[in-house]
Every structure is written in structure tokens, then in C-alpha cells.
Write a protein that binds this ligand. Structure first.
Ligand code: DC
Length: 244
């Protein structure tokens, strides 16, 4: 049993909702705090947290390593059957990404991999390739899945759909601080430009563009600090599934 599944089981037992299958979909642009907020909320309710951006990042990294142009459908398509992409959960319950057996969880966080992921995610062959993987996890577990098209494409019947966003400037400020703390040599303007470029790419692509589902709860985190955002997200889940 995955470590996270054990804690998921216990938390759900406390909630007395073990016989219900729960799917929560959280979508939104990069840098809105989605993964931190989603991870904390998933823990609180004992749901398995699935970060789908990490899966696209892993494909982007694989393409780069193989020397394939991330925007070249034929080149990427030829590579896909050779890729073994797996999600695993470490002792702390954190999602790890394995590429052909190698743990690439840290490498996929490099800024250059963000752009590769964005480009590769615009290819229909890649989205189709990853659809079953994502649906499979959601079918087997009680999950909170975050991404761009979870509520609109991957899990259109999710029990709760949240579209989490913040202004580009607010997201750039947060990401800039994060990167500086990690010792990376970046400027605020570069981070803002990167966020705007990814927003544009993610929301203008033909397939599964970033947009809220019609029945999504709109959650604007501009001006909220992290603890407040997490509390509000927990409140939304409580509202939907009831009190513990
Ligand atoms: O959330 P992230 O920054 O780790 O995502 C990396 C890229 O993958 C981002 O540019 C958008 C893309 N993505 C996607 O198209 N669909 C998803 N469900 C998740 C991420």
C-alpha cells in the first residue's frame, strides 16, 4: 500500500465517508499556489493528491533528453511508446515522478522544463497518451487532482470542481520570492514574462485550453496568503462533502 493511501484511509475513516468515491478537480494557471493549496487540502481530507503538471513536465524532460523538439508531433509521437512514466509516493506521502525507473522529481522543477512541459502539453498526441493514466488513478482512489483541464476534460464528472487563480503580477511576485529563496538567479520581470507566456500558451492552445468548467467554483487567491487560501479551499471541500 502506498504510504499516502494508508493515511488517506485513516483520515477518511474519521470522516465516516469510506464507502463514497470522491474526486476533486482543481484547475488554474501556473503560480496561483494551486499545488501547495491542493496538497494541503488533500492531506486534510485524506485524499490522494495528484499533480498532473508533474506528468507533463516528465514528458517534456523525456523529449529534451531524447533530442526531440517538444513542438514536433511526429518526433514526440515516435518517442511516447518508449516512455515509462510512473507516479509513486514517498514515505512522507509526496508524489514522485519516475521516468523509465529514474526519479526525476527534482529535475522537472527546473525553469527550463516548465516551458518544455507547456509546449509538449499543447500536442494532442501527448494529451491522449496521458488521459488514461490520469483517469485510471482517479477511478482507483479518492483523489484531489490538479492541472489545467481536469474538470473540463479528464474528470468532467468530478464531485467538486475548483478554478483557482490570481493576477499574473501576484503570481509572479510569489514565484520570484520562491526562486530567490532557492538561490536561483532570476529577475521579477523575467518571472512575470515567463508566467504571461505560459498563460498565453496554456489558454490559447487548440486542445484542452486552460479555462474554467461551467460548473466550477471560482476561487481568486489574489491578496490572500497561503494559510488563508488553504483554509478557504478546505472550506469549499467541507461545504461540498459536509462536516467531518
Ligand atoms: O502545473 P505545472 O506548471 O507544473 O504544469 C506544467 C505545464 O503542463 C503547464 O505549462 C501546463 C501543462 N499542463 C497541462 O497542460 N495540463 C495539465 N493537466 C497540467 C499541466
Amino acid at each position: 500500500m502506498w504510504p499516502e493511501m494508508r493515511s488517506a484511509h485513516n483520515a477518511r475513516k474519521e470522516m465516516n465517508v469510506l464507502d463514497t468515491h470522491i474526486t476533486v478537480a482543481i484547475d488554474g494557471p501556473s503560480g496561483a499556489g494551486k499545488s501547495t493549496i491542493a496538497r494541503a487540502a488533500a492531506r486534510r481530507f485524506g485524499l490522494i493528491y495528484v499533480d498532473t503538471g508533474a506528468i507533463y513536465r516528465t514528458v517534456g524532460l523525456a523529449c529534451e533528453r531524447a533530442g526531440a523538439d517538444c513542438s514536433d508531433t511526429a518526433a514526440v509521437q515516435a518517442l511516447l511508446p518508449e516512455l515509462k512514466i510512473e507516479l509513486a509516493y514517498d514515505a512522507a506521502g509526496e508524489q514522485r515522478m519516475l521516468l523509465n525507473g529514474e526519479d526525476v522529481s527534482d529535475t522537472i522543477r527546473l525553469p527550463e522544463v516548465s516551458l518544455l512541459a507547456s509546449r509538449v502539453s499543447a500536442l494532442p498526441v501527448v494529451r491522449a497518451f496521458l488521459l488514461d493514466l490520469q483517469r485510471d488513478i482517479a477511478a482507483k482512489h479518492n483523489i484531489l487532482m490538479d492541472g489545467r483541464d481536469i474538470a473540463t476534460v479528464v474528470l468532467p464528472n468530478a464531485d467538486l470542481k475548483v478554478f483557482l487563480f490570481a493576477s499574473a503580477e501576484c503570481r509572479a511576485e510569489r514565484r520570484y520570492k520562491e526562486l530567490v529563496e532557492k538561490g536561483q538567479n532570476v529577475t521579477y520581470d523575467d518571472v512575470l514574462a515567463d508566467i504571461k507566456q505560459r498563460d498565453y500558451q496554456d489558454s490559447h492552445r487548440e486542445i484542452a485550453p486552460l479555462k474554467p468548467a461551467e460548473d466550477a467554483v471560482m476561487f481568486d487567491t489574489t491578496g490572500y496568503d497561503l494559510p488563508t487560501s488553504i483554509d478557504k479551499m478546505i472550506g469549499l471541500i467541507h461545504e461540498r462533502f459536509g462536516e467531518v
